[in-house]
Structures are given as structure tokens and as C-alpha cells.
Design a protein around this ligand. Structure first.
Ligand code: PMP
Length: 379
């Protein structure tokens, strides 16, 4: 049975053109970019080309791009690197209670070693107010981290306003833009964002490779030490084929951004239209200000776990609320922070779309979902 893949916020299928771009660096072009011979130089050139592609895509200087092993490493490096570099100035960090675990667990680790952290809650729509972030800032705050787009609800956060507040107060601002890149335009030179994380596998690129943008001149220190690869900002032999794939995926995504956005809006609207036709008590957890690729829905009185299993048996791949907690169905910290009731939290499913989905697929998925929900309720 062909799978209808509606879990694109977890990861996306590799674009065949990206795979083609990577191929030589998985086969003949195996040189280490730190070697000075021609094989090494070819690998180095490929990395520098990818750096330019990324810089172009997010309006940053190539020198501000650091390649990492993905969104998780970028988030860890951004927050730890900023906190450690500024520790003499202060030891307080501001973030939100709806961040990805790559941010939350990094902050919890920093708390264990003597930093203090304020976790700003969102409003009931899942959006964090920039004024609440302003209120959380203290004289000893050195870094603020607020995600661009939430991975469970798709809620878009007011990061440019928050970046402005941080710059006024000379505090570093980091944003996790993993779920935003490819859908929302990111023009870093026009913003006050100091650090930004992104990940290739959410953009039809390969897994295990990402970027940390580090604004030139900021007080930030690397967390991974060894050889002096990545312009002394991250050690270790680079994932050459992955970086080439990331560059190609970024270039392609940016070229197709407007068209993809429209296509994904159509998919989301169609899914919602069919579901609301067939079910009268559907709860939509994604706020109006959200990216169209992520649709968080609750089906009251149905367990998300049972629904997910039934969807899987029908060949539909989706996610539960707590989408990033490996294999387990822990209650979603995001919906709890939004003060949703227990019934809503227990019955949440995330459908997430990409340009590779079709209208026919989402219609089928919506009809099958409604049928399963009705069947489970009759039991
Ligand atoms: N941040 C967000 C918002 C994410 O959705 C993810 C992926 N689930 C990550 C960080 C981690 O990225 P990666 O899988 O590349 O480590």
C-alpha cells in the first residue's frame, strides 16, 4: 500500500536533484576538505559553494555560516556558545516554554551548571508576546532564544520584534528557524537576529546536516573543539556530501518558496474542509498566524495513540502532539503551555504537508481519518 506521507514537519523526502548533487561526494570525490592536494581542494570548493548558496538564501555573508550536524547541534551551540561567552556579564537566559527539546534541554543543562533560565509561556493561541519577553529580561540576561515557527502547531512567533528588543538592550538573540526556512522569507541583514538554526532534512535535503548562522562580531564561543575546520567555529571533518546537499536544497527551496507556499495552503485548506464536513467537533490547535505546512488537530474522546496506529494501518503517516519525543506519546508540552484541556491534549494529531503531497492524497487522508474517528467513537 503506498503511504500518504503527512509527517513533513518530522522530515521530508530527499529531492532527487539534491541527491544527484550529493552523489559525487559519496563516491569519487572523497577527499578531506582539510587536505591541500587536489582532492582536498575539490571538497573544500564544494563546501564553500554550499556556504555561498546558504548565504544567498538567507541574506547572510558566507563567513557567518557554520555547518553543523543538524538543528539540534545548532540550537545547543547557539545557546551554550552565547551563554558561555557572556558568562562574566550575566548568567540569565530567556526562552519560551514551547521551544523544541533541543533548546529546552540545553537550557535545563545550563541551569544545572549555574545559569538561571526564565521560560516565557505563550498565550492561549500558542503565540508568545514580545512584551512578555521584554518583561522577562533582567540586568543579568545575556541571551534570548525564541523559535520562529513552532513544530507542533506551526504558530509563527514575533521574532523580529523580539530581536529589536534584544538589540536595544545589548542582549544576543537566537531563533530556531528549523520549521520556518523554505516557507517564510528570512533576510538576516534586514533583522537584528544574532544566531539562527536550520536543518537540511526539513527542506528535502539530507539528514544529519544543518547550519548555525553566527552574526559577525558577536560574543559567541564554539562548543565543539578539535581541528580548526569551519573557520574555527566548529571542529571535525565536514559532512561534505551532506553540506553539498544542504546547499542545493536551500537554493531550490528558495527559488520555489512562493509557489510551494500557495500549494501547501491549498492542501491544508482541503484537508480541513473535508474533515469539518465529516466531523462536527474537530478542534484546531494551530492559530491563524501559523505556517500552512503544520496542522494540529484534536479529535475529542479519541486517543491519539489509537488514532495514529489506525492511520498507520491505513497507510497514512502522521504524528502525535509531542512529535519530537522519540517513539513515545508523552503529553505535548506545547498544548499544555497553551492551557488546552486534557481531552484536547490526549487526542492531538499533527498533519504536516510538503509540496510533494497532492490534493487527492489529503482528501483520502481526511476521509479515512474521519471514518476511523467515527468508528473508534462507536466502540
Ligand atoms: N528545532 C525544531 C523546531 C525542529 O522541528 C527540529 C526537528 N524535529 C529540530 C530543532 C531538530 O533538528 P534536527 O532533527 O536536524 O536535529
Amino acid at each position: 500500500m503506498p503511504v500518504i506521507y503527512l509527517d513533513n514537519a518530522a522530515t521530508t523526502p530527499l529531492d532527487p536533484a539534491v541527491r544527484e548533487a550529493m552523489e559525487p561526494y559519496l563516491t569519487d570525490q572523497y577527499g578531506n576538505p582539510s587536505s591541500t592536494h587536489q582532492m582536498g581542494r575539490a571538497a573544500r570548493r564544494a563546501i564553500e559553494r554550499a556556504r555561498e548558496q546558504v548565504g544567498e538564501a538567507i541574506d547572510a555573508d558566507p563567513a557567518e555560516i557554520v555547518f553543523t550536524s543538524g538543528g539540534t547541534e545548532s540550537d545547543n551551540a547557539a545557546i551554550m556558545g552565547a551563554a558561555v561567552a557572556n558568562r562574566k556579564k550575566g548568567r540569565h537566559i530567556v526562552t519560551t516554554s514551547i521551544e523544541h527539546h533541543a533548546v529546552l534541554h540545553t537550557c535545563e543543562f545550563l541551569e544545572k551548571i549555574g545559569f538561571s533560565v526564565t521560560y516565557v509561556p505563550p498565550g492561549e493561541n500558542g503565540i508568545v508576546s514580545s512584551e512578555e519577553v521584554r518583561k522577562a529580561i533582567r540586568p543579568d540576561t545575556t541571551v534570548v532564544s525564541v523559535m520562529h515557527v513552532n513544530n507542533e502547531t506551526g504558530a509563527i512567533q514575533p521574532i523580529e520584534e523580539i530581536a529589536d528588543i534584544c538589540r536595544e538592550q545589548e542582549i544576543l538573540f537566537h531563533t530556531d528557524a528549523v520549521q520556518a526556512v523554505g516557507l517564510l522569507p528570512i533576510r538576516l541583514k534586514q533583522t537584528k537576529i544574532d544566531l539562527l538554526s536550520l536543518s537540511a532534512h526539513k527542506l528535502h535535503g539530507p539528514k544529519g546536516v544543518g547550519v548555525l548562522y553566527v552574526r559577525r562580531g558577536i560574543a559567541w564561543t564554539p562548543i565543539l573543539h578539535g581541528g580548526s575546520q569551519e573557520r574555527k567555529k566548529r571542529a571535525g571533518t565536514e559532512n561534505v556530501s551532506g553540506i553539498v546537499g544542504l546547499g542545493a536544497a536551500m537554493e531550490r527551496t528558495m527559488q520555489q518558496q512562493t509557489e510551494h507556499y500557495k500549494q501547501i495552503v491549498t492542501l491544508r485548506n482541503r484537508m480541513l474542509a473535508v474533515l469539518t464536513e465529516e466531523l462536527d467537533d474537530l478542534q484546531i490547535n494551530s492559530p491563524e498566524e501559523s505556517v500552512p505546512s503544520i496542522l494540529s488537530l484534536s479529535f475529542p474522546n479519541v486517543s491519539a495513540e489509537t488514532l495514529l496506529m489506525n492511520l498507520d494501518m491505513e497507510g497514512i503517516a502522521a504524528s502525535s502532539g509531542s512529535a519530537c519525543t522519540s517513539g513515545s506519546l508523552q503529553p505535548s508540552h506545547v498544548l499544555m503551555a497553551m492551557k488546552r484541556d486534557e481531552n484536547c491534549v490526549k487526542s492531538v494529531i499533527r498533519f504536516s504537508f510538503s509540496n510533494q503531497n497532492t490534493v487527492a492524497e489529503v482528501e483520502t487522508a481526511a476521509r479515512k481519518t474521519a471514518a476511523i474517528v467515527n468508528r473508534l467513537r462507536r466502540k
